[in-house]
Design a protein around this ligand. Structure first.
Ligand SMILES: [Cu+2]
Length: 151
């Protein structure tokens, strides 16, 4: 095999490799990503569109925690109202209910496996979204996270 044909073969291999790389890089766009059909500039948060919002009735709400999830993931409540949360461990693990918001740090409870605890507090008068989660290491990352919508 002479030098010329060797360099032709190398050039062909390069073209094929570059072609494959381009295919791999471009494929996701051609296949169409889940949100590519959404008009640009309109990107509501994922939770707002895909997770139903449970409206709190009568100032009481059960929140069930279990490894990897909690229910409801999103609830709405009136600003400044009194809310009693019944936090339930729906599996064989201890869970810890907690808000991210510094002003809600007192709204906090630990529940033993299969147990329940109630917490009553005054919902903030400031409208907005307040994230709550399970504070047991590793649980929030598995999906034990939700949003209280104050409206
Ligand atoms: Cu947990």
């Amino acid at each position: 095999m002479n030098k010329k044909s060797l360099s032709i073969i190398i050039a062909m291999i390069l073209v094929v490799v570059v072609g494959i790389v381009l295919l791999v890089l471009l494929k996701p766009q051609n296949a169409g990503q889940p949100f590519s059909s959404r008009p640009s500039g309109q990107t509501p948060p994922l939770q707002a569109t895909s997770i139903p919002t449970v409206k709190v009735q009568g100032g009481n709400l059960d929140v069930k925690l279990q490894l990897g999830t909690l229910n409801p993931k999103r609830f709405s409540v009136k600003a400044g109202s009194q809310l009693t949360l019944t936090v339930i461990s729906a599996d064989v693990y201890t869970h810890v209910f907690k808000f991210v918001e510094p002003r809600l740090q007192n709204v906090f409870t630990s529940v033993d496996a299969g147990g329940r605890q109630t917490i009553t507090f005054t919902v903030p008068s400031q409208k907005g979204e307040y994230v709550f989660y399970c504070d047991v290491p590793g649980h929030r990352g598995r999906g034990e996270e939700g949003v209280m919508v104050v409206e």
